[in-house]
Ligand binder design. Structure first.
Ligand code: VG1
Ligand code: CO
Length: 586
C-alpha cells in the first residue's frame, strides 16, 4: 500500500446534506483532492467497521447520472479502490447507473455498498452545474446519518489517501470483467440489466405491454436529458413496445442539455405544456387532444412527476393513490402485502387517509429517503413517498422514478380493464376525482425561495422558532386565524436514533398546515421551503357530484390562496428574504 500513499490536507465543508455531498462543479474542480479526500474518508470509515472476514471480499458498486466530471471521478475512485484493498468494483457501462438501479444492483450482487456520482435534481455542466456524491449501504439504501457523520469527521482530520497511479485507465465503454493487479478487478456491467430483471418480478409487464400498445392510449415520458433515458428506452420501448416517439429528452448529456433536471411544473414546463397540465391561466386547457398520461424523472432517476391530460398529480396525492391500488394492481404487493406506509413530514396527509381506512400504520419521518430504510428493513412499511416527487417501495431502498410510472400505468391498465369493452382507457382525471370524492382532498403546494442569503434564512427560521409551543391568534382577511406552532423531531422506532429541528409547523385549527424548513441539497446560499396544505372533506352521502367537484376539483392555486396570503402577511417572508415571490411553486 505504501507506494500508493499521497499526502493531503483536510478540506472544509465536505458535509453531506439531505442526500449526499453537493458542490458546484467549479468548487470541486478548483479544490485539489476534493474527490480523493472524501473517498478516502469513506474507505477509512468502511474499513473500521468491516471485520476481517468481510474485508476479504469487499465488493463495491459504482456509477452515476452521467453528469459532467463523473468520468474523471470514476477513474479516481477505481484507482483509489485498487490501492485501498477493495477486491472488486462493479461499475455501470460508461459510468452510468441511476440511483434506483444502483440500489437494485447492490442488493442483487450482495455488494458492501455503492458510490453514486450525482447531484440528483441539481443542474450539471462545467459552468453552472453542480456535482455530487452519495454512498449507499448494503441494504441498497442511502447511508444513515450516523455513517455520514463519521465520514465528515474523517474529512476534517485526513492527512493521506491511497491511489494507484500506475494502473492503466479502465475502459468503461464495454461490458466485461477487466482484471488488474493485486487481486483487484473491475467488472463493467450493463446499467439496466439487474434493474430491468427486478421490474419483471414487481409488475405484470405483459399486461402493461398490451395496455401501452393500445391504439387509443398515448403517453409521453421526459428523461430530461439525464440518466433515465437509457432505462426508459429499454423498459418502455424495448420491453413494453411503446412507440419511440413517446420518449423525449432521453439522451443522457453531461450538462443535461441545459435543462434543470428536476421534474416539476417549473423545470419540466415543456412536458406539462404538452399535457395541458400547467396551472389555469397559463394555458388553454381544451384546445387540443392531449396525451392520456405524462411523466418525467430527475437527474439520477429517483424522482417522478405524474401528469394526465390537463392534470398535474401532486406527488403527495400520487403516493396515496398508488397505495390505494397497489395490492390490486401490482403483483409484488399481492405477495408482499401492505401493513404500513410512510411519508416525509412535509408531505401532505393524503396517504394517512388511505392508511387509516385500510388499518395500516402510517409513519411520519424527516425529509430524506434515508429515514425510510429502517422501517423497510424491519418490515413495517411497504410503500412510501415524499412531496418532492419521490415515491417508492421495498423492491429497492431508494425512491424510484420509473417504478412510480409503471405503478401508475398499472392503475390505468387495471381500471381500463374493468371498463366496458370498446370504451377508451379510464382517464387520470377520473381516477383523481374518485379518490378525492372518497378520501377528500389535501390541496397542496410548496413554495421555494432559492439561493437566498443564509443569514436572512436563518433569521426567518429563528423568528419562527420563537413561537414554538405557543398558540397564535392573528388577524386575516377572513377573520381570526388560530394556530399552534411546533417543531418536528423524530425518534426512529427501530433503532432509537433521533433527528431534531426538522421543520417548524403552523397547525391551524381548521386542519390546515404550513411547514417551514431549510433545504439540505443546495450547493450555495440557502433555500427556504414553505409547504402549504389545506384539507377539503370527502363527498357527503347526500351531496351531488357537481357540488362535490366544486369543492374538490378546484384549481390548487385558487384553493390555497387565502393560506398563502395569510402566511406572507404574518411572516413578512418576502421582506425578510428580499424577494417578491417564490422562485419555484410545485
Ligand atoms: C430535497 C427534498 C427531499 C429529497 C431530497 C433528495 O431535500 O426536499 O424530499 O429527499 O431533496 O432528493 P431538501 O433538503 O433540499 O429539501 V434527490 O432526488 O435530489 O436525491
Ligand atoms: Co434524485
Amino acid at each position: 500500500q505504501h507506494q500508493y500513499r499521497k499526502a493531503t490536507a483536510p478540506i472544509a465543508g465536505q458535509k453531506t446534506g439531505t442526500s449526499g455531498l453537493r458542490k458546484t462543479v467549479q468548487e470541486v474542480q478548483r479544490t485539489p483532492n476534493f474527490v480523493e479526500n472524501w473517498i478516502q474518508a469513506l474507505f477509512n470509515v468502511l474499513s473500521e467497521s468491516r471485520d476481517a472476514a468481510s474485508a476479504a471480499a469487499c465488493v463495491l458498486c459504482l456509477g452515476g447520472d452521467g453528469r459532467y466530471f463523473n468520468r474523471e471521478a470514476c477513474d479516481v475512485i477505481i484507482r483509489m479502490a485498487a490501492a485501498n484493498g477493495v477486491n472488486k468494483i462493479i461499475v455501470g457501462r460508461d459510468g452510468i447507473m441511476s440511483t434506483p438501479a444502483m440500489s437494485a444492483l447492490i442488493r442483487a450482487r450482495k455488494a458492501a455498498g455503492g458510490i453514486i456520482l450525482t447531484a440528483s435534481h441539481n443542474p450539471g455542466g462545467p459552468e453552472h452545474g453542480d456535482w455530487g456524491i452519495k454512498y449507499n449501504i448494503q441494504s441498497g439504501g442511502p447511508a444513515t446519518e450516523a455513517l455520514t457523520d463519521k465520514i465528515f469527521a474523517e474529512t476534517l482530520s485526513i492527512t493521506e489517501f491511497y491511489l494507484n497511479d500506475r494502473m492503466e485507465p479502465t475502459d468503461l465503454s464495454c461490458v466485461g470483467t477487466k482484471h488488474c493487479d493485486d487481486g483487484f478487478c473491475v467488472e463493467v456491467v450493463d446499467p439496466v440489466h439487474e434493474y430491468a430483471k427486478l421490474l419483471e418480478t414487481v409488475f405484470d409487464m405483459n399486461r402493461l405491454a398490451a395496455f401501452v400498445q393500445r391504439p387509443d392510449f398515448s403517453f409521453v415520458y421526459d428523461g430530461m436529458n439525464a440518466v433515465s433515458g437509457e432505462y426508459a428506452y429499454r423498459v418502455f420501448v424495448g420491453r413494453l413496445g411503446a412507440p419511440a416517439d413517446s420518449l423525449r429528452n432521453c439522451k443522457c448529456l453531461e450538462d443535461f442539455g441545459g435543462i434543470h433536471p428536476d421534474p416539476n411544473l417549473t423545470y419540466a414546463a415543456d412536458l406539462a405544456r404538452i399535457l395541458g397540465a400547467l396551472p389555469s391561466g397559463s394555458e388553454d386547457r381544451c384546445s387540443e387532444k392531449r396525451p392520456d398520461f405524462g411523466a418525467a424523472s430527475d437527474g439520477d432517476g429517483d424522482r417522478n412527476m405524474i401528469l394526465g391530460a390537463n392534470l398535474f398529480v401532486s406527488p403527495s396525492d400520487s403516493v396515496a393513490v398508488i397505495a390505494e391500488y397497489a395490492e390490486a394492481v401490482i403483483p409484488y404487493f399481492q405477495v408482499n402485502s401492505i401493513t404500513g406506509v410512510a411519508r416525509s413530514m412535509p408531505t401532505s396527509r393524503a396517504l394517512d387517509q388511505v392508511a387509516a381506512r385500510r388499518g395500516w400504520s402510517c409513519y411520519e419521518t424527516p425529509t430524506g429517503w434515508k429515514y425510510f430504510g429502517n422501517l423497510m428493513d424491519a418490515g413495517r412499511i411497504a410503500i412510501c413517498g415524499e412531496e418532492s416527487f419521490g415515491t417508492g417501495s421495498t423492491h429497492v431502498r431508494e425512491k424510484d422514478g420509473l417504478w412510480a410510472v409503471l405503478a401508475w400505468l398499472s392503475i390505468l391498465e387495471y381500471r381500463s380493464r374493468s371498463a366496458p369493452s370498446g370504451s377508451a382507457p379510464v382517464s387520470m382525471s377520473q381516477i383523481m376525482q374518485e379518490h378525492w370524492h372518497k378520501y377528500g382532498r389535501h390541496y397542496y403546494g410548496r413554495h421555494d425561495y432559492e439561493k437566498v442569503q443564509s443569514d436572512a434564512a436563518d433569521q426567518l427560521m429563528a423568528w419562527l422558532r420563537s413561537f414554538v409551543g405557543s398558540e397564535v391568534s392573528a388577524a386575516s382577511q377572513e377573520g381570526a386565524c388560530n394556530f399552534t406552532v411546533d417543531e418536528f423531531s423524530y425518534v426512529d422506532p427501530v433503532d432509537g436514533s433521533s433527528a431534531s429541528q426538522q421543520g417548524v409547523r403552523l397547525l391551524f385549527t381548521d386542519g390546515a398546515r404550513v411547514v417551514f424548513r431549510l433545504s439540505g441539497t443546495g450547493s450555495s446560499g440557502a433555500t427556504v421551503r414553505v409547504y402549504l396544505e389545506r384539507y377539503e372533506p370527502p363527498r357527503a352521502p347526500n351531496e351531488s357530484a357537481s357540488a362535490a367537484d366544486s369543492r374538490l376539483a378546484r384549481d390548487v392555486t385558487v384553493a390555497l390562496d387565502p393560506l398563502v396570503q395569510f402566511v406572507a402577511q404574518w411572516t413578512s417572508i418576502h421582506a425578510r428574504l428580499c424577494r417578491t415571490s417564490p422562485d419555484v411553486i410545485t
